[in-house]
Design a protein around this ligand. Structure first.
Ligand SMILES: *Cc1c(COP(=O)(O)O)cnc(C)c1O
Ligand SMILES: [Zn+2]
Length: 409
């Protein structure tokens, strides 16, 4: 890591807890010495390392040894034959972070990087504004890192996400407002308290963790990149960083020039990025979220502009879907591939289906669908749409009258 660089004016800054350019208010991004790495960081060297996000450590923003994340990442990427058949496409893959360690979403990647860097910068308290998964991850990994923890969430989150934070005994603050209001409050608090807000003052480091999702896709596909990638978008950061990750691997000579097209998936009830892409404008118009996909309910996305930029650069696209389509897609993924994803995963599968039907993604080229979270955390969303267990008495007769005679077993 060389330092931080302004994404707008290109000015350089030291690698401290900074996130906006003091000259132009552009956001800061981590810059690396790629020349020093070229030829030294090889495929063989990476492949020999333990199967976690730190196998790409030269491309992650820490100076010394990581603190947490030794079991995070290297989640399954596999051919999804049955879902592919249902969607009518030839070569479909799923990258499955519904089983990411330790809190079952891709947020463990970003938080492992953020907390490792926060420790290096001397912070003893981790904090975040969260739509749920980030809170779970900060709560868990700061416990592991031995840091104090403060988590801010919108008051109406799913029970699974609330319990999934409380078990780690953080200071959990439920704010009566939506995520954008929580985040605005946290920006004020971050100015007053010396805490590592992973998605605010540590954001440049945090965001780099998402590159590992892209690095793994390339490595797991035999150091190639797929033609199409459908990515769920909240702040838009994951999408931007998958693309940055591919470009870095190319810069280091580890893959050939990536020709992937990136597609953003959002719920109809919160689709500022999709709206910007599909209406051909650069400016993201903030919205007031109303959707069951609460982890994607960011109405004013911090990286929205950069996400639309990456989508345009790669000639990708975007699609939004209804709450009913989200539920149907969660069921489809479960019943074809055996994966229970959360609402965000339903958004991604449903958006992929729509993009294929609209012929924006051709049926005969390789496609990766990004599954980023776990269904057990958002049970409310599907509870009333999946039937009920059949109740019987503990007798063979009851089984035969209530089950065997009524089903097609
Ligand atoms: C946070 C989150 C996203 C979106 O992440 P961004 O980088 O903010 O766009 C996608 N899926 C899940 C499950 C998430 O928790
Ligand atoms: Zn600047």
């Amino acid at each position: 890591m060389k330092g931080l660089r302004c994404r707008e004016c290109g000015r350089d800054f030291p690698a401290k807890a900074l996130f906006v350019c003091e000259y132009c208010f552009g956001s800061l991004e981590v810059d690396y010495d790629y020349e020093a790495m070229h030829g030294k960081l090889t495929r063989a060297a990476i492949e020999k390392r333990p199967a976690n996000i730190w196998r790409y450590r030269e491309l992650l923003p820490i100076d010394g040894d990581p603190t947490v994340g030794f079991h995070t990442g290297m989640t399954p990427l596999f051919r999804a034959e049955r879902l592919g058949k249902a969607l009518g496409v030839k070569e479909l893959y799923i990258k499955d972070d519904s089983v990411c360690h330790p809190t079952l979403s891709f947020k463990d990647r970003v938080v492992s990087v953020a907390l490792s860097r926060a420790k290096e910068l001397g912070f003893d308290t981790a904090a975040c504004a969260s739509t749920g998964n980030l809170g779970n991850s900060v709560a868990s990994l700061s416990a592991k890192a031995g840091m104090k923890r403060v988590i801010f969430i919108p008051a109406d989150l799913e029970m699974g996400k609330v319990v999934g934070s409380l078990i780690y005994a953080p200071n959990l603050v439920a704010v009566e407002g939506n995520y954008d209001e929580v985040n605005r409050l946290c920006a004020e608090i971050a100015g007053r308290y010396h805490w590592a807000f992973v998605n605010i003052n540590i954001r440049p480091y945090y965001a780099e963790g998402s590159k590992t999702y892209g690095f793994e896709i390339a490595e797991q596909m035999g150091w190639t990149t797929p033609k199409h990638i459908v990515v769920p978008a909240a702040s838009g950061s994951l999408l931007v960083k998958i693309w940055k990750g591919f470009k870095e691997l190319h810069k280091l000579g580890l893959i050939s020039k990536p020709e992937s097209r990136l597609y953003a998936a959002q719920p109809d009830g919160c689709s500022p990025i999709v709206t910007a892409v599909n209406s051909g404008v650069d400016v993201i118009k903030p919205v007031k979220p109303k959707t069951i996909a609460k982890s994607l309910a960011i109405g004013n996305p911090a990286d929205g502009y950069y996400a639309t930029d990456a989508i345009r650069e790669t000639q990708g696209g975007a699609a939004s879907v209804t709450d009913a389509e989200i539920v149907d897609a969660m069921k489809l993924l479960a019943q074809t591939e055996g994966i229970f994803t959360e609402t965000a995963g339903g958004v991604t599968v449903a958006a992929a289906k729509k993009l294929i039907e609209e012929k924006k993604i051709p049926r005969d080229e390789s496609i990766v669908i990004c599954i980023t979270g776990q269904g057990l955390k958002t049970q409310e969303a599907v509870m009333d749409h999946i039937g009920k267990p059949i109740k019987i008495r503990p007798t063979l007769e009851s089984f035969e009258t209530e089950v065997a005679s009524k089903t097609n077993l």
